[in-house]
Ligand binder design. Structure first.
Ligand code: S3P
Length: 169
């Protein structure tokens, strides 16, 4: 069991495959507080998968839904919130997260991201082209912004329990 005294949600940010959902679930379970996954909530609200939203309505439409859903989740009592990798890149969503949550960037190296995203091929941004190349490009593009999170936790993500403990401390 982990003791967490929270007055606001812990918001996990970082690239696809860094372990936001799995580490978030473990942390929530061990702290006895709820876990929420923004992508899952967006899918429930839309009645479509993330891929379907991208295909039928485009990324812009997805980002608008994401903005609304995260704003709503941030109002909920303290919990652990996993966000999609692009959420923190949206200026408006980022401002809300910074205002109402404690943001934690899970910083994981490229090899690990490639390994972990290869397990499930459900990510629209990795559907075309070489995943390593795409993820490498996203690292260059996004890391300066992820670095604005309140806390950075570095890890291999292989050892999720260790990452959980680092977030908790
Ligand atoms: C995205 C990451 C995905 C999902 C969507 C877009 C991104 O979430 O929100 O495919 O822009 O990085 P995960 O980071 O949970 O894979």
């Amino acid at each position: 069991h982990i003791e967490l005294t929270l007055d606001r949600p812990i918001v996990l940010v970082g690239l696809m495959g860094c372990g936001k959902s799995s580490i978030g679930k473990r942390l929530a379970m061990r702290a006895g507080i709820p876990f929420r996954d923004a992508d899952v909530e967006i899918e429930a609200a839309a009645g479509l998968t993330v891929s379907e939203i991208f295909e039928r309505h485009g990324e812009q439409h997805f980002r608008e839904g994401e903005r609304r859903v995260i704003a709503r989740l941030l109002e909920e009592p303290p919990h652990i919130l996993a966000t999609g990798g692009g959420a923190f890149m949206d200026a408006s969503t980022r401002a809300k997260i910074k205002e109402s949550g404690l943001s934690v960037w899970l910083k994981v190296d490229l090899d690990e991201l490639v390994r972990r995203t290869a397990r499930r091929n459900t990510r629209p941004l990795l559907k075309n082209g070489d995943p390593r190349e795409t993820l490498g490009r996203l690292i260059d593009l996004r890391y300066p912004t992820y670095a604005e999170a309140d806390i950075t936790v570095e890890g291999s993500a292989q050892d999720h329990d260790e990452m959980v403990m680092r977030v908790a401390n």
